[in-house]
Design a protein around this ligand. Structure first.
Ligand SMILES: Nc1ncnc2c1ncn2[C@@H]1O[C@H](COP(=O)(O)OP(=O)(O)O)[C@@H](O)[C@H]1O
Ligand SMILES: [Mg+2]
Length: 346
């Protein structure tokens, strides 16, 4: 399922808040790390979701090894700003003095794109880090982009800055490097996470068009999260519909069991409620399928459907999702509990 992403070293994950963007980012990272690739997950100046999902605490810029292959760091704009400044001025002390300077602070607060460009420049630094043999240190860097604002605007900042400075000077040079990295579809992938619902699906279609127009690069993958699975195998579908029709005749208003107060509920048997409950779930599955179809019709990028996972903790959701991303869901109806991992060949 992840074949399209294996060649990409830098992955930007975007999506509106609440669609499961951080969970999917964490699951992608876990899945890739399970194939013995060294993966770095970066969050960008937000309240960290990964600290809970990976049970670690981020001390700042320096990535923490969660296990041999999985590393993470929460990039705050202040740390990234100092790190960028450090690459231009001789000492950390001067860098810190610059950022503590009131006038400088006002100036940088007034120029919000400074945050984006220094965060993205820090991403570039990790991207270019090599091991002792000169090979890339991280096989994959996965960035959980901020939910607020538009990914295209965020990712376009370096190119805009480079243009504004007409390519002259060290900052223009730095932004140019970052812009090239972002626009290179060979190394960099942009992954959109959405829900199978009208607005998110349409936004994903628009995002793909915008990436093409404004960054001159495609959307590499859409991950549709929390997709309801059909409770009824396709071959039993007709028989199920017949039983459901009969049940509704025998127990009118049986659905009320799921919605109404106890006194309002009509008489029904457990079997009738079981059928009615599954009919409801089938309705959710069908509604999801409609929006998925819209996405398949309108989007060129590969689409992965990630099922709704019934786990109470975020860590367990990530675990199941990572296994699903590695092994797929051949049964179609439930995420397998089978621990055996075939994995993706390295
Ligand atoms: N496929 C899924 N199945 C069940 N719960 C999910 C799934 N994906 C995400 N969640 C849950 O949804 C909530 C929001 O997820 P999160 O990744 O924090 O969203 P975002 O980063 O988009 O704001 C979390 O409680 C998470 O555990
Ligand atoms: Mg999040």
């Amino acid at each position: 399922m992840l074949e399209q992403l294996l060649e990409k070293r830098l992955l930007f994950v975007t999506g509106k808040g609440g669609v499961g963007k951080s969970t999917v980012t964490a699951a992608l990272a876990r899945a890739l790390a399970q194939t013995s690739r060294r993966v770095l997950v970066l969050e960008t100046d937000t309240f960290s979701a990964m600290e809970d999902l990976f049970d670690y605490s981020s001390p700042g810029l320096e990535p923490v090894a969660i296990n041999e292959y999985l590393h993470a760091s929460n990039l705050t704009s202040e740390e990234c700003f100092i790190a960028t400044l450090r690459r231009f001025v001789p000492s950390e002390r001067i860098a810190r003095a610059v950022i503590k300077n009131r006038v400088a602070r006002v100036f940088f607060k007034a120029a919000p794109s400074v945050n984006e460009v220094t965060i993205l420049d820090q991403v570039r630094v990790f991207f270019e880090k090599t091991d002792d043999d000169g090979k890339p240190f991280y096989d994959h860097i996965i960035v959980d982009l901020p939910a607020s604002g538009h990914a295209v605007t965020f990712l376009n900042v370096p190119a805009t800055m480079h243009g504004m400075m007409r390519g002259i000077g060290p900052i223009a040079k730095m932004s140019g490097k970052v812009a090239n990295l972002i626009s290179d579809p060979k190394t960099t992938a942009i992954v959109a996470v959405c829900l199978p619902e009208e607005m998110p699906v349409n936004e994903t279609i628009e995002l793909a068009a915008k990436l093409d127009d404004e960054l001159g690069r495609p959307l590499d993958m859409a991950i549709v999260n929390m997709v309801h699975q059909s409770p009824v195998p396709e071959e039993n579908r007709q028989a199920f519909e017949e039983i459901h029709t009969q049940i509704r005749k025998d127990y009118p208003g049986v659905e009320a069991f799921f919605f109404e107060d106890e006194e309002e509920r009509s008489e029904s048997t457990a079997l009738a409620r079981l059928i009615a409950g599954n009919a409801l779930a089938l309705g959710w599955f069908e509604r999801d399928s409609e929006y998925l179809q819209l996405l398949y019709d309108r989007l060129d990028a590969p689409i992965i459907e990630v099922p709704l996972v019934y786990e109470s903790s975020g860590v367990d959701v990530v675990g199941k999702m990572a296994r699903f991303l590695l092994e797929g869901n051949p049964a179609g109806n439930s995420v397998s509990d089978d621990e055996s991992s075939q994995g993706v060949p390295r």
